[in-house]
Design a protein around this ligand. Structure first.
Ligand SMILES: C[S@@+](CC[C@H](N)C(=O)[O-])C[C@H]1O[C@@H](n2cnc3c(N)ncnc32)[C@H](O)[C@@H]1O
Length: 234
């Protein structure tokens, strides 16, 4: 397992706008009045303001303190994304993984991945790199995790009625080829998300959000899945 290198383009204190297309400033200005006490507070943020893309609970906290706090409440599921051609969806997957309390994101293939879309959320998210599928399989076995592919391939079973295991690594493919044959072979199941329109697929970022939230509904909210659900999906 290799640790992710520090992002080059943005620092943790780089102002983050409300959305990729928005120029408005978000966050809070310098702390007014006497500074609060606590190791978790970052003097630079207290002095200059906190414009980061973090929930209010973490305003003015040091990055390390935020990560340590999140580490106490992260969920058991992981996600993995194949990265053979710098898929632009990976940043979005990382951002959603952060939002849903994913234990870690695993990038399989090329080490460098397209951070646009992550909105600096990768600074608070464990992101591991695996050079190939075998490395991911070995890592999952060592950690008693089950690889669950997510793709609308022939033979895939509906995500909507599949009882997702708690110890799942949800694995996503890339634009174009989708999940590689190699990954399909090592997954305990491949799950499809029901579609009702004309497009062949949704993008991997959207698919990842749906699948992660399915895990959250099952294991955080104890929502049962029914194997008798009716659907008009093909
Ligand atoms: C744009 S899809 C490409 C592959 C797709 N199998 C096709 O036939 O076009 C990229 C990735 O998004 C995810 N994805 C997209 N639509 C999906 C769906 N309906 N069900 C499950 N996964 C989906 C999968 O992880 C897939 O590998």
């Amino acid at each position: 397992m290799n640790e992710q290198p520090t992002p080059e383009a943005v620092s943790d204190t780089t102002p983050v706008t409300g959305g990729e297309d928005e120029a408005r400033e978000v966050g809070v200005g310098p702390w007014p009045g006497p500074w609060p006490e606590g190791e978790h507070y970052d003097p630079e943020l207290l002095a200059n303001g906190d414009r980061r893309n973090v929930v209010d609970h973490y305003r003015y906290w040091r990055r390390e303190a935020v990560v340590a706090d999140l580490d106490m409440v992260r969920h058991d599921f992981h996600v993995a994304v194949e990265n053979w051609s710098h898929d632009f969806n990976i940043g979005s997957v990382v951002r959603t993984a952060n939002a849903f309390g994913c234990a870690a994101v695993h990038i399989v293939g090329k080490r460098r991945w397209n951070r646009r879309g992550a909105m600096v959320t990768d600074r608070y998210q464990h992101v591991h790199h695996h050079p190939d599928t075998t490395a991911l399989v070995d890592w999952a076995a060592e950690h008693d995790l089950v690889l669950i592919g997510v793709d609308n391939l022939p033979g895939a079973v509906p995500l909507e009625t599949y009882p997702l295991p708690r110890n799942a690594v949800l694995v996503f493919g890339q634009e174009g080829p989708g999940l590689s044959e190699e990954v399909r072979q090592v997954c305990a199941a491949v799950l499809s998300i029901a579609q009702f329109g004309s497009t062949r697929s949704i993008n991997a970022g959207a698919a990842a959000a749906i699948a992660m939230h399915a895990w959250v509904r099952a294991h955080v909210f104890a929502q049962p899945v029914s194997d008798t659900a009716s659907t008009s999906a093909p």
